[in-house]
Write a protein that binds this ligand. Structure first.
Ligand code: COA
Length: 200
């Protein structure tokens, strides 16, 4: 499926990749991650292994945004489940003092959106939004959850506009990392509306 984005003068093609195709192209995804996030070298080192592991998780869905042959961005998610590192960390934090009452229900039947990145030269033209909505479209889960650095970034604005609300703020996954916000939205995503608590 392709899309001509305003002001880009070129067509962006969105392609869904199965876990095998995703793992075969891991270096390309890590390169986009590195360009978009500019992470410290120590964080980049283990990235490929993390992405590879994520591709084995249930209901994994990955989307690539291509400009011709160039990978302009990507997004992937999977069904969150106990035993997954992020899921267990966030479940523990939400059930502790950090979360609003009932917040752990956000994880009970959730799509975890693990990565969303667009190359800097392609940012601000609707690709990130398109990737996010396509990854979340038609999912069987009740909610979508994710974490992002706890600042008022472009990512945060995008998530809020897609209906995500803060479940946790100032959360540190580990001592050396910056504070994160954990956010959740009811599925399907609804652009421009605010999120509500998930009904049972
Ligand atoms: C966050 C990120 C994935 C968003 O992707 P993106 O393609 O830049 O986002 P979009 O273009 O869909 O939306 C961002 C902006 O473009 C605007 N926009 C959307 N469609 C547009 C269009 N057709 N023409 C012009 N502007 C448009 C949006 O209004 C939005 O404006 P804002 O930045 O003022 O909020 C991307 O910026 C990125 O990779 N950032 C660095 C890495 C990162 O933070 N990743 C997320 C980690 S959780």
């Amino acid at each position: 499926m392709s899309l001509r984005l305003a002001g880009m003068g070129q067509t962006i093609t969105f392609t869904e990749l199965d876990p095998l195709a995703f793992t075969a192209a891991l270096d390309g995804f890590v390169a986009v991650y590195a360009a978009a996030m500019n992470p410290p070298a120590r964080q980049l080192a283990g990235r490929e292994a993390i992405l590879e592991r994520h591709a084995t998780y249930p209901r994994f869905r990955a989307l690539a945004a291509l400009s011709g042959e160039e990978l302009a961005g990507f997004c992937y998610g999977f069904h969150g489940a106990p035993g997954q590192w992020w899921h267990d960390m966030v479940a523990a934090a939400l059930s502790g003092l950090g979360g609003p009452p009932g917040a752990s229900r956000w994880l009970a039947n959730s799509l975890e959106i693990a990565e969303l990145h667009v190359l800097p030269s392609y940012q601000g033209r609707g690709i990130g939004r398109e990737l996010l909505f396509r990854v979340a479209a038609g999912r069987p889960e009740r909610t979508a959850v994710l974490s992002t650095q706890d600042t008022e970034s472009r990512a945060r604005r995008l998530y809020r506009r897609a209906g995500f609300t803060d479940l946790l703020t100032g959360y540190r996954f580990s001592g050396g990392e910056p504070p994160y916000a954990v956010m959740g939205a009811e599925l399907p995503l609804r652009d421009g509306t605010s999120s509500q608590s998930p009904s049972s």
